[in-house]
Structures are given as structure tokens and as C-alpha cells.
Design a protein around this ligand. Structure first.
Ligand SMILES: Nc1ncnc2c1ncn2[C@@H]1O[C@H](COP(=O)(O)OP(=O)(O)OP(=O)(O)O)[C@@H](O)[C@H]1O
Length: 580
């Protein structure tokens, strides 16, 4: 993508973001204007008072009116500057909060299928540091950019009325600063982009190393991984240093121009004062104003790297925002049993459904099948056949690329997806750092202990939970590291059952389990079938043996296998075929 189109996009994004905190930004710039006016007023009054008392023999008492005015301007300047800073900070914080919320909402809509297209480390660093980088842009850069225009123009106007030579010197040297900023801006932006690239890769590598510590250690690759992280850290340090170098060089060149210009004004005025062709009041006022003419330019330069940083961050944010919204939007995400009274989901139906992750790489095509209430359906097939893909379509995480997936209610009428209480046990269940109860309540936030015990009992997890040192209050460790794989799986099943779902979707629910545990889980699943739709993807014979319907997936197509004693001919949930 060309840098011009990037810049255009960046400007569009900035304008859209500025609208979210427009009030505070206007307040910040407005207060900045008041402080600029007070500052100039204060110096005009001071020059008057000093001239009157030192050269015109006036007493301070005679100047009391001007002294009060000076005090008022001083206080007004301090107060307005404080208010401007506070309003700018508020604007920055508001933008950060709104961008982060929007980004998180978008990631939720993109869903897990789209989110895995970017490395987790990158997503993490953008949502964290990337969004934070917008705060100094709106809190400092935007107000200082406004101030850089207002205060120098005001000073130029005053100086123009006081002394022509000084006006010419300031008017000629002032624009050198923004020109210098534009010149260094391009190389600074490149350095910033490089810095962001290293930060994202570093965050991703660190996360991968933490997750795969066990494997790295067994393979003897811990040192190699640490070395790689070290190299990346070093590259990030160097990129940061080059950014700082540009920032320091910019401010040094600015200082040079400012000092040169002020010295020139002083020398020109000094020589004219000596020659008696200029008066003290004007010279004093111009010398008071000259440093203030450059101060906002200096502040602007100091905050310029905030702009570069924000532009680099916006580019990363745009990549996250470009993730497609694959997950079906469920407004009623907190749907639980009872919330959808009146709708009893009778069946789920795939009609000529196709599924793909990337265009032209179809995983499933022309899938026709029905999942009925009170029926346990098993998706079977070789690894990579597309079982999890079909589950993603059913869960609404991947929209069908062809055909349609529909939900039918008790009257065989289409029901809204958001009316359906679904629960899911993924192939690799995720537990959070917290207690057993915390993890169960992710399924149903205010579940009672009794409800949790009941769900745990159904999932064959109650016995092991009660044998833990603190029962339901035992901390499970990072991603359930203090539990066995089988215990994690049973806990995840209990979490799903706690929701009392209409539709229970399970991906390899008996993986990692010994035959006895697998049979117990199969039997537990079988017990849940009454009154709900249960669908599992599995390779395991003990689950296939429990099924009312087996769907074989091969070559992207689904074949319904005949099962002896099909549940259509048998009352719901009463099948007892789980092997002992
Ligand atoms: N997020 C993804 N992006 C791109 N391709 C994917 C993604 N997930 C799966 N695939 C591809 O889709 C195909 C089907 O994968 P899927 O996970 O559905 O198979 P599966 O039958 O569940 O396999 P397993 O039994 O090993 O879990 C595979 O070729 C896989 O490489």
C-alpha cells in the first residue's frame, strides 16, 4: 500500500476518532486560546509597567491598575493552561476507552475463526500498547498543534504593531520549524513502523515461548527460544533508539533555530536602542515575546513523536479492524435456560451448506442433515475431514459459504438463533486462572453451589472436585494447569451443562481420557440428551456407539449412516447403548 494512501486513511481515522471526544478537544483548544491571549496580555502590561516605573518616573502605586491587570492575566494564563491540559487528557482517555471498546466488540464479532488469522501476540500488543499510544496524540499533540498556530500568530500580530524588523525576523524563522518537522517526519514514521513491527513479533514470540515452555524444554530448545527473544528484544531496543535519536535531533535543530532567531532580534533591537532609534518599551516587549513565539513550536516538536507513534498504532489497529466479522451477531449473548421461554428448539437443519476459511478452498460442500431434539448426533471422519468446521457453522462462528443453516422451533417455524441457548465444549477447553467455581460460573454467572454440584455430577466431575483440597474453591492454575487433561474436560462439560442448554455441542469430548473415564463421559453425555440437541465430533468408538445418528464426513461431504434403533423410531433420550 502506498504511503500516501496510508496517510489519507490515517487522517480519516484520526478525524473519526476526534469526533468521539470533540467536546473535550474543543474545550482544550479553547482554553489554550484563552491562555495564549492572557500570556500576550500579561507581557504587554509588564512592558508598560516596567517602562513607566523605570524610565518615566511613575510610582508603583500609580501603576496599581495595570498591576492588578497583570495579576489577572497571570492567573488567567495559569488557569486556562491547566484547564486545557485537563481537557486534552480527558479527550485522550475518552478516545482510548472508545477505541478499545470498539476493538474488543469487533474481535468478538470476528470470532475465534477470524481472530486466529493474526498472531495472538500482535492482537495483544495492539489492544494494549497500540490503543494506549492514542492518548498522548489527543491529549498533547492535537492541543499543541492548535497552540502552535494560535500563539505565534497572536505574537506576530502584536510584534507587527510594535516593530517591523522583529516582525520580519520572526516571520521568516518561524516557518522553518514546521518545515523541519515535515522533513524529519517521513524518516521518523518509518522508524516508528519498524519499532511497532518488532514489538508485535516480540510479544508474539514471548507468548508462544510461555505457552510452549514444556515442549521447548523437552526438545532442548529453551536456550534457542530465549536467544531468539533476546535478538528480537535487541532489535526493538535499536529501533526505539533510532526513534529517540530522530526525536532528539529534531528538538536540537529546533533549539538552534529558536536561539538564532531570538539572538538576531536582540542584536538588531540592541543596536537600534544604542543608536537611539528604538524605544525601551517596544524592545522589552519584543524580547519578552520572542521566546514565547518559539515555545509552542518546541512543545509541538516534543509531542510530534506522539503523532508518529499514534499513526503507526492506527495502522496496526486498522489490521485488527479489517478482520472479517465471521461470528453471527447474538444480541442476547447471555441467553440461558428460561430466557427463551416459549421457543423450544425442535431441530437444526443444514440445507446445501458449504463452508470455507478462504475463498476457493472449500472444506465442506452441499451438506444436508438435520439434528433433532432428544437425539445424540455424532460427526465422524478422519482428522482434517471438516468435523470442527461443521461445528463452527452450527455454533455461528463461521457463516456458511453456500446454502443455509436454520433453527426450527417446536412448531417447526424458524426460530432466531439468539433464542437458542447453546453450550460448547471445545477440543481444547480453556480454563481461566481462578477457582473451580469461577470457571463453572463462566457458563452461568450467578449459578448457586447446588446448581454447580448438579452440573458437575452430570459431567462425572463432582467426585474429583470434592476430592480437591478446597473443593469448588480450589484454584485450578493457569489454563487449568493444576488439573489433569481429563479433569479439565469434565469441568468444561460441567460448565456447559450448567447453562441447561437447548443445544450442546462437543468437540472430541473423550479425547485425553482413559477408556473407563471415556465411557463415563459418554454415559454422562447420553444422560443429557433428553430434551435437547446434542452434537459431538469424535473419532472414538464408545461415543459412536451411543449415537442416535452418525454423520460420516469425507471428501467435504456428509453421509448419514444408518444406526440400528434410530432415535426417530425410539423415544427421545431413552437409548441405552453405551458400552459398559
Ligand atoms: N481457522 C482455519 N483457517 C484455515 N483453515 C482451517 C482452519 N481450521 C481448519 N482449517 C482447515 O480445514 C480443514 C478441516 O479442519 P477441521 O478442523 O474441521 O477438521 P476435523 O475433522 O475437525 O479434524 P480433527 O479431527 O483433526 O480435529 C483442514 O484441512 C484444516 O486445515
Amino acid at each position: 500500500m502506498s504511503s500516501a494512501s496510508n496517510t489519507g486513511k490515517g487522517r480519516g481515522q484520526v478525524a473519526a476518532l476526534a469526533r468521539t471526544a470533540r467536546g473535550w478537544l474543543v474545550a482544550s483548544v479553547g482554553c489554550g486560546a484563552v491562555s495564549a491571549a492572557c500570556l500576550v496580555g500579561q507581557f504587554v502590561v509588564l512592558a508598560h509597567v516596567v517602562d513607566d516605573t523605570v524610565f518615566r518616573g511613575q510610582s508603583l502605586w500609580a501603576e496599581r491598575g495595570l498591576l492588578v491587570l497583570f495579576g489577572a492575566c497571570l492567573l488567567g494564563c495559569i488557569g486556562a493552561r491547566f484547564a486545557s491540559d485537563m481537557a486534552g487528557t480527558e479527550a485522550g482517555l475518552q478516545v482510548v476507552a472508545s477505541v478499545r471498546n470498539a476493538l474488543l466488540r469487533h474481535l468478538a464479532k470476528a470470532g475465534p475463526v477470524a481472530c486466529v488469522r493474526l498472531p495472538a501476540g500482535q492482537v495483544l500488543s495492539v489492544v494494549d500498547e497500540g490503543v494506549e499510544a492514542l492518548e498522548p496524540f489527543f491529549a498533547r499533540y492535537v492541543p499543541s498543534a492548535a497552540m502552535m498556530v494560535m500563539l505565534p500568530l497572536l505574537i506576530l500580530a502584536v510584534v507587527c504593531g510594535v516593530d517591523g524588523w522583529s516582525f520580519v525576523i520572526l516571520a521568516c524563522t518561524g516557518p522553518l520549524v514546521p518545515m523541519c518537522m515535515v522533513f524529519v517526519g517521513y524518516s521518523a514514521q518509518k522508524a516508528m513502523d519498524r519499532q511497532w513491527g518488532y514489538l508485535s513479533t516480540l510479544a508474539g514470540s514471548f507468548l508462544d515461548a510461555l505457552r510452549g515452555l514444556k515442549t521447548l524444554r523437552v526438545f532442548g530448545r529453551t536456550a534457542g527460544s530465549l536467544e531468539r527473544i533476546g535478538v528480537l528484544g535487541d532489535a526493538h531496543r535499536r529501533a526505539t533508539l533510532s526513534v529517540m535519536k530522530i526525536a532528539f535531533l529534531t528538538s536540537a535543530s529546533l533549539e538552534f533555530f529558536a536561539s538564532l532567531s531570538i539572538a538576531l532580534v536582540a542584536v538588531v533591537f540592541g543596536s537600534r536602542l544604542l543608536a537611539g532609534t528604538a524605544e525601551f518599551r517596544s524592545a522589552f516587549l519584543v524580547l519578552l515575546l520572542a521566546p514565547e513565539y518559539f515555545a509552542p513550536l518546541r512543545n509541538f516538536s516534543a509531542s510530534y513523536h506522539a503523532r508518529q507513534n499514534a499513526m503507526a498504532a492506527l495502522e496496526q489497529i486498522a489490521k485488527l479492524q479489517a478482520l472479517p466479522e465471521l461470528a453471527i451477531a447474538l444480541d442476547a449473548e447471555e441467553v440461558t435456560a428460561g430466557d427463551h421461554a416459549g421457543t423450544v428448539v425442535e431441530s437444526l437443519r443444514c440445507e446445501h451448506v458449504g463452508a470455507e476459511y478462504e475463498a476457493s478452498a472449500t472444506v465442506l460442500h452441499d451438506v444436508n442433515c438435520t439434528f433433532r431434539r432428544g437425539q445424540f448426533s455424532v460427526l465422524s471422519g478422519e482428522s482434517g475431514a471438516g468435523k470442527s468446521t461443521l461445528l463452527s457453522v452450527i455454533l455461528g462462528l463461521l457463516p456458511p459459504s453456500a446454502g443455509r443453516f436454520c433453527v426450527l422451533d417446536a412448531h417447526d417455524l424458524p426460530a432466531l438463533r439468539s433464542d437458542v441457548c447453546m453450550a460448547y465444549v471445545p477440543q481444547r477447553p480453556q480454563l481461566v486462572y481462578g477457582t473451580v467455581a469461577d470457571n463453572l460460573r463462566m457458563g452461568l454467572p450467578h449459578a448457586s453451589l447446588e446448581a454447580m454440584r448438579e452440573a458437575a455430577h452430570m459431567a462425572d466431575a463432582l467426585e474429583f472436585i470434592e476430592s480437591l483440597p478446597e473443593g469448588f474453591s480450589t484454584v485450578v492454575g493457569e489454563r487449568g494447569s493444576r488439573l489433569s487433561k481429563g479433569q479439565v474436560r469434565r469441568l468444561a462439560l460441567a460448565r456447559a451443562l450448567l447453562r441447561k442448554p437447548d443445544v450442546l455441542v462437543l468437540d472430541e469430548p473423550t479425547a485425553d481420557l482413559d477408556p473407563a473415564s471415556a465411557r463415563r463421559i459418554a454415559s454422562a453425555i447420553r444422560q443429557c440428551v433428553a430434551g435437547r440437541i446434542v452434537i459431538a465430533a469424535t473419532h472414538k468408538a464408545e461415543l459412536v456407539a451411543c449415537a442416535d445418528q452418525v454423520l460420516d464426513i469425507a471428501d467435504g461431504q456428509v453421509m448419514v449412516r444408518a444406526v440400528p434403533g434410530d432415535s426417530l423410531a425410539q423415544p427421545a433420550g431413552e437409548k441405552e447403548v453405551c458400552p459398559a
